[in-house]
Design a protein around this ligand. Structure first.
Ligand SMILES: [Zn+2]
Length: 296
């Protein structure tokens, strides 16, 4: 990836380009997280880009001083420019002279084979400084994905197809007719196949349609909370706020939510693709069946 996308530039500053692979674009989007977890130690500064590498208390000179004019940003300029005899000399370069306080804590160790990164996420008090996939994964997961709605969805014992369905609903990624038509896919009938009255959208199918109302009111009765709202986040909030009812109740509520969402979506797909119709009472029965199967 380095030779294909970064080429002679810097990983830290190379722009996110549409021609990059999805993987590389994702890596680039997480640079901020990586920066928060690494620290540079110097042998002689020769392997560290003075302007672009985040070596000053996890920031780069570029982050601190802003974009340099072309001449100051000579690509090859390394930290060796401000190291003399194994010691920092930030006063020898006009862009670093005011940064003495931030630069001095960066360790220079002439016995190292070369400049190197130390992997040091803030929550790890000790470590070898070697990069660990597990700790990186946890760092990214904490920073981005596990805003609590996602955590809520990934519960043990829940069928994967249901988890995925709720997850897509949270992200707004289910392919409803309004979305398909916004992508330019021909949709002969934009109406909801469950009621035939309103245009099909995520909000309509899961929260406004008569079928959705029947399902959420049944779940509300069983769970003893008002499980309805304008979006999945509303229902998750209601369930999460009632956690005090105990672990078993909470687990059941999560399973009920996922099974309800999945069965609505399944019914919608069966009507569109197979021409099969299950009446609401049958759908409610199927939800109960799945909830019981997952609980035992
Ligand atoms: Zn409808």
């Amino acid at each position: 990836m380095h030779s294909r996308y970064v080429k002679h530039g810097s990983f830290w500053t190379c722009p996110n380009d549409n021609n990059h692979s999805v993987t590389f674009k994702t890596v680039l989007r997480h640079r901020g997280v990586l920066k928060s977890a690494i620290r540079r130690v110097m042998k002689d500064g020769l392997g560290t880009n003075l302007w672009r590498d985040p070596w000053i208390d996890r920031r780069s000179l570029l982050d601190i001083r802003g974009a340099p004019t072309h001449q100051e940003d000579r690509r090859g300029l390394t930290c060796s420019r401000i190291i003399r005899n194994g010691e920092w000399r930030p006063d020898s370069y006009r862009y670093t002279e005011e940064l003495v306080g931030s630069i001095m804590p960066t360790v220079i160790d002439p016995t190292l084979p070369a400049d190197r990164w130390i992997w040091e996420p803030t929550d790890t008090s000790s470590g070898t400084g070697e990069f660990q996939f597990r700790s990186c994964y946890n760092l990214i997961r904490r920073t981005f994905l596990l805003s609590s709605d996602y955590e809520f969805v990934w519960c043990k014992g829940l069928a994967r197809k249901m988890q995925l369905c709720v997850y897509k609903l949270l992200l707004g990624r289910l392919l409803t007719r309004d979305r398909l038509s916004s992508f330019g896919v021909p949709v002969p009938d934009p109406k909801c196949v469950l009621c035939g009255l309103e245009p099909e959208s995520i909000k309509h199918i899961f929260f406004e349609c008569t079928l959705a109302w029947q399902i959420w009111s049944k779940q509300s009765r069983v769970l003893g909370v008002c499980a309805s709202g304008n979006c999945i986040g509303d229902i998750i909030t209601v369930i999460r706020d009632s956690r005090g009812r105990g672990h078993d109740w909470f687990q059941t509520a999560r399973v009920r939510l996922a099974a309800s969402v999945w069965h609505v979506w399944r019914e919608r797909n069966r009507r569109i693709f197979e021409g099969l119709v299950t009446p609401p009472v049958g759908i409610l029965h199927n939800i109960e069946f799945d909830v019981n199967a997952m609980e035992t």
